[in-house]
Ligand binder design. Sequence first.
Ligand code: NI
Length: 263
Amino acid sequence: MSDAPLFIDTHAHLAMSQFDEDREAAIARARAAGVARMIEIGYDLPSSRAAVALAERHPAIYAVVGLQPNHIHEAPPDYLEQVRALAAHPKVVAIGEIGLDYYWMRVPAASQEEVFRAQIALARDLGLPVVIHSRDAQADTLRILADAARGQTGVMHAFSGDWAYARACLDIGFMLSFTGTLTYAKATALHEVARRAPLAVLLTETDSPFLSPNPYRGQRNEPAYVRLVAERLAALREEPLARVAAQVWANAERLFTFDGPRR
Ligand code: NI
């Protein structure tokens, strides 16, 4: 048995075209770097189907299915039934990524909220956690989660707010997931969150192919680099990497129940 720490990338998009040339090699590099589990995240129906297909091919990969707010306008009227059908797969561990995006605002806020609430309700119905995408929409995200998702579990993916926002998310009962942005020297508000939040509610992710950690900033990200996020988290908290990695692993197991009873 090895004592090398195991890492988890709770949010990747390996099915995207940025990995068409080396998808299997990227997965192999992650495994070699100690990334023993990866979660492939859908953002529309095709990518949700692709996430399930990838999870079927790889024991270390699990899937999350749902409609991200920037893709709502492309979805068919029966999208909710299609997400529900995909979620019946035993390797689907959450509904996501779902939420609000007021940066791109591809559809009106009211439509985003309607689809967000519908998918929260679906997750509740299925007994699954939710993976939240929120960009330039903190107040409305909190309002909807506090109202519709209280008592449900979930994670704020690619968390990028300050301590006040983090505290509000934790009060609702959600976890916070850090990406490579945690490694950026100027991300001081995020560093404060990483120091002050209880370790028991923190996760690590890459959001590959986006948000590469230093020293790969500006290049394509890949799941192997989640180790750099965990290392930065451990350094900020002045705790051993092994302890941080083990707790993050346990947190992910608690939230996603990878091998738990299935619907
Ligand atoms: Ni994503």
